[in-house]
Ligand binder design. Structure first.
Ligand code: 26W
Length: 822
């Protein structure tokens, strides 16, 4: 039995000090006089990891002892953010670690900032997976997250001459103390080749898939500890390697360089994250990645299930498998292959197991983001899976034909295989056909799914559909990132809100308390001052902490309309130029976000923001009243510093385009008021915080569709709105680009003659609404009151609430508290 003061498990300051020095010596091989900052970071990380391991082992043991249904979350992306601070928060030893280091003459923040974050995701979808892992553990639900251990995560962004420049994200360069390589847990994955069918001696049909490549997937496990509970779940990420035995043939025949090439091809599969957000790329390697991690994960789950002494036919009693978008949807075909080809189940029995196992979450309505695979390409990577999908489709369409009474249009819309000049596979249809539950990520999004992209699926099986509005974890997005506000809130209502976010409601009664209002404003100002310091360090732009911090941070995309925001900046600038004495409430516009490297228009928007900033920031007439900042390399680390400093949250997507948004929730939880359209979760945020605390503008989703079908003419808005015309003319004439009238041509043309995302249609409504924002900000106390009420009413948007709904309504899983007994 382990003693409480054990150097590997003790949680008090003295033990932590001892443990850090111990790890400094025995892990890093250093003593204090020669230790570097990274040595100390590693020593502390291993100290924290030891404490995690105790809980991790206890959790695994507990799960294997009883019969519990386990949640299996399949996601191609996990945007975890740095581990150290979060693990200290969840273990409940942040203060103790701070004190221990202080007594050693060290500073915790300084070590926390040393960590390179694992950026294994693009944006919202990957970050959601990370919040959900936190909530699953906090709610003590047995869960495994499966994904890919990319060697290179999302690229690092630098800004040069106003343009985005990408650099590789070598996040593993200093090692990773948060993972354990489990070399013994590995699976062989076949790719390519051909399929043969024959009848065996017993008259049974058999299938042999002869691949032209086999790769090995090795498990790398990261512990995910819940907040102040023992439950520590596993995030299992697969790394691709060459199989142990495989290079012998070429090697023995003397073809050494071919052997090395083959090894490189194998390692390539988990090499790099595709940096696309909401756009398909249809690349062989991406399909290989998807199949690789899905097959490793299913083989792993089947192994766990069978080792429990269970029958393969009962797989769904051990696992509920959630598909995070269609990226892992090939799992449905792979499950059928494993059951039919490897475990000898009859087709109908295999299909019963499969369709009781999977559930599918859709994250986008944008048609260009719906995954489709060219059938020939698909066959070249997964020949057996193509056959299986065709068989699934054949049986499915047989059923459907009767149900829709031969309606050809419905049949072809429901078909998993699309016809045209080239045939293709529709992954969303495969996901729907093979899942027992389908959900959207905000109320409006789910409604639109039912009415548009998944309309025929909804008509076919309405009982499968439900909404699960996204949420965010208050541990990372408040306790860790905004400790001052956390402390202020807890001083009034206790700490229960951290696990039961609804309790923020209790803040409402302090919204008129002058002392509390003052403290609230003090914290916000302090966070703004800190961000101002980071901004000047990173960009050399000096900003005024007293100004409105007007913040739009998210991936750069036309539908998110960063260019609408910049049109407002230009409009304010022109007011000043036309009347230097005009009353302008000082504002700092902060933009941050990455553009997909191949997305021209998005990259041009970044250049535009920087170009406008260059002119506005240094124009003496502006007298520092407007500042435009593009904060480079938006990631979880930077987000944690930005959210607490926000006054105004920009959620200005074209209505009907943002599935949910989650940055909207994080900003609002940190006391920012929202200016936004009725899109995604904005609708629900506004319902909760009250319309009087929300700055609403723009067309509704319905109006957007109607305007389009009536023949939308953006040029009309340009001609009839002098301020809009002036702003657009300035951009195209080169006012912001040293008289270069060519760079922004594509952007302007697309706005004037196409404007898919209704920027011009919403411009005036947006500017008017921003004028109300400025007016409201003049009364600092009133603003602070709105901010408090806003936070008090954000309880719904905890990922704990989302996960509880998934557990109760989709997965049917219960919590399994974990106890520590040595
Ligand atoms: C390369 C293809 C591709 C296509 C779509 C890659 C990644 C995607 C994701 C589905 C994009 C994404 O992150 N969607 C966001 O998901 C969030 C979590 O549900 C939502 O809050 C955002 O509104 C949605 O854009």
């Amino acid at each position: 039995n382990v003693l409480v003061e054990d150097a590997r498990t003790g949680l008090d300051v003295e033990t932590l000090k001892k443990a850090i020095l111990n790890n400094l010596f025995y892990v890093q091989g250093k003593y204090p006089e020669i230790a570097t900052r990274n040595d100390y970071y590693m020593a502390l990380a291993y100290t924290v990891r030891d404490r995690l391991l105790q809980r991790w082992v206890a959790s695994v043991k507990q799960y294997l002892e009883g019969k519990h249904r386990i949640v299996s979350y399949l996601s191609a992306e996990y945007l975890l953010g740095p581990h150290l601070g979060n693990n200290l928060v969840n273990l409940g030893i942040y203060k103790e670690a701070e004190q221990a280091l202080h007594e050693m003459g060290l500073n915790l923040d300084w070590l926390i900032e040393k960590e390179i974050e694992p950026g294994l995701g693009n944006g919202g979808l990957g970050r959601l997976a990370a919040c959900y892992m936190d909530s699953l553990a906090t709610l003590e639900v047995p869960a495994i997250g499966y994904g890919i251990r990319y060697q290179f995560g999302i690229f690092e962004q630098d800004i040069r001459d106003g343009w985005q420049v990408e650099d590789t994200d070598n996040w593993l360069r200093r090692g990773n103390p948060w993972e354990i390589a489990r070399r013994e847990i590995s699976y062989d994955i076949k790719l390519g080749g051909y399929v043969q069918h024959y009848m065996d001696r017993d008259g049974k049909f058999r299938t042999i898939w002869t691949p032209d490549l086999i790769v090995k997937g090795v498990a790398y496990d990261t512990p995910i500890v819940g907040y102040k509970v023992n439950t520590t779940n596993t995030l299992r990420l697969w790394k691709s390697e060459a199989p142990n035995s495989f290079d012998f043939q070429s090697f023995n025949s003397g073809d050494y360089s071919n052997a090395v090439n083959q090894k490189i091809i194998c390692e390539n599969i988990s090499k790099v994250l595709y940096p696309n957000d909401e756009t398909r790329s249809g690349k062989v390697l991406r399909l290989q990645q998807q199949y690789f991690f899905v097959s490793c994960s299913l083989q792993d789950m089947i192994g766990i299930h069978l080792r429990q002494g269970e029958r393969i036919e009962d797989f769904q009693t051990t696992f509920a498998v959630q598909l995070n978008d269609t990226h892992p949807a090939v799992a449905i075909a792979e499950m059928m292959r494993l059951l039919v080809d490897e475990y000898d189940l009859e087709w109908v029995d295999a299909w019963r197991v499969t369709t009781r196992t999977f559930a599918y979450t859709n994250h986008t309505l944008l048609p260009e983001a719906l995954e489709k695979w060219d059938m020939e390409l698909f066959a070249s990577v997964l020949p057996r899976h193509l056959e299986i999908i065709q068989e699934i489709n054949r049986r499915f369409l047989d059923e459907v034909t009767v149900r829709v009474y031969g309606d050809q249009e419905k049949i072809s819309s429901l078909s998993i295989i699309g016809e045209g000049p080239r045939r293709y596979i529709k992954m969303a249809n495969l996901a729907c056909a093979g899942s027992f539950a389908i959900n959207g990520v905000a109320a409006l999004h789910t409604e639109l799914l039912k009415q548009t992209v998944l309309k025929d699926w909804y008509a076919l099986s309405p009982e499968k559909f439900s909404n699960k509005t996204n949420g965010v974890t208050p541990r990372r997005w408040m306790v860790l990132s905004n400790p001052k506000l956390t402390e202020l809130i807890s001083s009034k209502i206790g700490e229960n809100w951290i696990k039961h976010l609804d309790e923020l409601k209790n803040l409402e009664k302090f919204a008129d308390d002058p002392e509390f209002l003052q403290q609230w404003m003090d914290v916000k100002l302090e966070m703004k001052t800190q961000l101002a310091q980071r901004i000047v360090n990173r960009t050399n732009i000096k900003v005024d902490p007293e100004s409105i911090f007007d913040i739009q941070v998210k991936r750069i995309h036309e539908y998110k309309r960063q260019h609408l925001n910049i049109l407002h900046v230009i409009t304010l600038y022109n007011r000043i130029k036309q009347n230097p004495e005009a009353e302008i409430v000082p504002r700092t516009f902060v933009f941050a976000g990455k553009a997909a490297p191949g997305y021209k228009q998005a990259k041009l928007i970044i250049k535009l923001i920087n170009s406008v900033g260059e002119i506005v920031n240094k124009d003496p007439d502006v007298k520092g009243r407007l500042k435009v900042v593009f904060y480079p390399n938006y990631n979880v680390t930077n987000a944690q510093k930005i959210y607490p400093a926000a006054d105004l949250s920009e959620q200005i997507s074209t209505a009907g385009k943002e599935a949910s948004g989650t940055g909207n929730m994080k900003l609002s939880l940190n006391g920012a008021l929202t200016i936004g359209t009725l899109d995604g979760a904005n609708v629900e945020i506004r319902e909760c915080v009250g319309e009087e605390n929300f700055f609403l503008f723009g067309l509704t989703a319905e109006e957007v569709e109607n305007t389009k079908s009536d023949g939308y003419n953006p040029f009309h808005f340009y001609e009839n709105n002098p301020n809009l015309k002036l702003a657009l003319d300035q951009i195209s004439n080169g006012y912001f680009s040293h008289l270069d009238d060519t760079i922004f041509k594509d952007l302007i043309n697309s706005l004037l003659y196409d404007d898919q995302f209704m920027v011009l249609a919403d411009y005036q409504s947006y500017v008017d609404c921003q004028d109300q924002v400025a007016e409201a900000f003049k009364d600092k106390v009133k603003w602070a009151r709105m901010s408090i009420l806003n936070v008090a009413r954000m309880g719904k948007f905890s990922s704990d609430r989302s996960i509880r709904e998934y557990c109760d309504e989709i997965w049917k899983v219960k919590s399994v508290p974990v106890t520590l007994n040595g």
